[in-house]
Ligand binder design. Structure first.
Ligand SMILES: Cc1cc2nc3c(=O)[nH]c(=O)nc-3n(C[C@H](O)[C@H](O)[C@H](O)COP(=O)(O)OP(=O)(O)OC[C@H]3O[C@@H](n4cnc5c(N)ncnc54)[C@H](O)[C@@H]3O)c2cc1C
Length: 417
């Protein structure tokens, strides 16, 4: 695999970029792998990368029914932050933020991580109480978060309307300066390239149709659209399809799956310097490097596997955007899309062993798993390699829905992000 460097890019510029070659290999499936990962989104590819890099396990396949990043990884609005309420969540999400900071160098691939700050706008007394509780809790956990007055919010994000006449006036905001965005498909491609370079097989257009267990109940491998593939261990990282895939092994998951939507505007010159979210009016927005406003909407209220979503959800979101940023009222929207998110009852993820020997599951990130991609892959690789959780995902078990030890992040995840 050719490394990217200033010298290599300059050299290729002089020879018509003919020397780069393919970024990851597309091998035929082997009959047996030590580990099979189901799902080549960011989390699955990151797991494979860290299995190879940190644990020396390279006989690994990542099996994907579509194309790399065609699931939620390529559909999300890329907001990154770690200002969650509980200690367990702060530990896990901040681990991810720390990995984001050096990820482009680690992968030798520009994931365009941009810590431009995430400002969470508050509109009423209840918002302020919840927000300040988060700020204090975050600080106790060493996670940066600070309170801004309406004027300070306006100075950080000039397009924001802080008029007292607004239907939902801005009464302040919580700012995490280390929060920001990254380029979603570059994350999938960067992990795929780096994993492939270490010997991981990436099998696209290959659907897992069954999970085979032996007489002792342990994992033997997976049935796929290209035949049976034997495996010592299987990690299911299939986001919106987790319940369907886990059912193949006879494991019922505490998940509901909903469509979640986003949309982008026509591109305009740089005018929006940060990320803004509002739980109360329910919208979140940033500007991509192409100039499009990237706007996140909410989930449909009913479970579905349709990757579109309902029109009234988009209408509501645009109402909220125009309320907070009247200058965007005349912008035209270019396209909208949806993804299927799997949601747990306590709005926290599951990164866990399962009752089936050799079967592991990484899911339940709901509307906010992109931000966790590097941290999630890192600790899930540890869990699979050592057959025991990393200390940072020890609390995110499947069993907590039996024991009642929930990690209730409903407030932190109330707005889709
Ligand atoms: C509109 C939208 C906006 C979002 N915004 C944000 C945000 O701003 N910030 C944030 O942190 N998070 C956000 N999220 C959530 C985030 O996208 C997800 O939590 C995260 O991308 C999940 O990554 P993943 O790798 O687990 O899943 P995915 O990228 O969905 O990967 C799972 C893969 O499994 C594959 N698969 C499924 N079944 C099978 C099978 N049987 N065989 C083989 N392969 C299979 C799928 O094709 C898919 O590619 C958003 C989500 C959506 C939909």
């Amino acid at each position: 695999m050719r490394r990217f460097s200033a010298f290599a890019i300059a050299r290729e510029a002089f020879r018509g970029y003919s020397g780069w070659g393919e970024q990851w290999a597309s091998p035929e499936p082997k009959s047996y792998y030590d580990v099979v990962i189901v799902g080549a989104g960011g989390h699955g590819l990151a797991t494979a990368y860290y299995l190879a890099k940190e644990h020396g396990i390279t006989n690994v396949a990542v099996i994907e029914k579509g194309w790399l990043g065609g699931g939620n990884t390529g559909r999300n609005t890329t907001i990154i932050r770690s200002n969650y309420l509980y200690d367990e969540s702060a530990g896990l999400y901040d681990h991810a933020v720390k990995l984001w900071e050096g990820l482009s160098q680690d992968l030798n691939y520009n994931v365009m991580y941009s810590p431009r700050g995430v400002l969470m706008i508050q509109h009423n007394v209840h918002d302020v109480q919840v927000s300040k509780r988060h700020i204090h809790s975050n600080r106790l956990n060493g996670v940066d978060n600070e309170w801004l007055t309406p004027e300070e919010c306006k100075s950080y994000c000039p397009p924001l309307n802080i008029s007292k006449d607004a239907r939902f006036p801005v009464v302040g905001g919580a700012l995490q300066r280390r929060g920001g965005t990254a380029r979603h498909d570059a994350v999938a491609w960067g992990y795929a390239r780096a994993a492939s370079a270490r010997g991981v097989h990436i099998l696209q257009n290959t659907t897992v149709t069954g999970i085979r267990r032996g007489a002792d109940g342990a994992i033997r491998g997976v049935e796929t659209s290209r035949g049976f593939v034997g495996a010592g261990k299987v990690g299911v990282v299939a986001a919106g399809n987790t319940s369907v895939v886990m059912e193949m092994a006879g494991v019922r998951m505490p998940l509901e799956s909903f469509p979640l939507q986003a949309l982008v505007s026509e591109p305009v010159k740089p005018c929006f310097p940060c990320v803004v979210m509002s739980n109360t009016v329910h919208a979140y927005i940033s500007q991509s490097d192409k100039g499009e406003l990237v706007i996140g909407a909410g989930t449909d209220q009913y479970p579905s596997y349709s990757q579109t979503g309902s029109l009234h959800i988009l209408n509501h979101t645009l109402d909220a955007i125009c309320e907070m940023f009247p200058m965007f009222r005349r912008m035209r929207m270019l396209r909208s899309w949806g993804g299927i998110v799997d949601v747990t009852p306590d709005r926290s993820p599951i990164l866990s062993k399962t009752p089936v020997a050799g079967l592991y599951v990484n899911c339940g990130w709901g509307t906010g798993g992109f931000k966790a991609t590097p941290g999630s892959g890192h600790v899930f690789a540890h869990t699979i390699a050592r057959d025991e959780p990393h200390r940072l995902n020890a609390a995110f078990t499947l069993d907590r829905f039996r024991s009642g030890r929930f990690i209730d992040e409903a407030a932190a995840a109330a707005v889709a992000h």
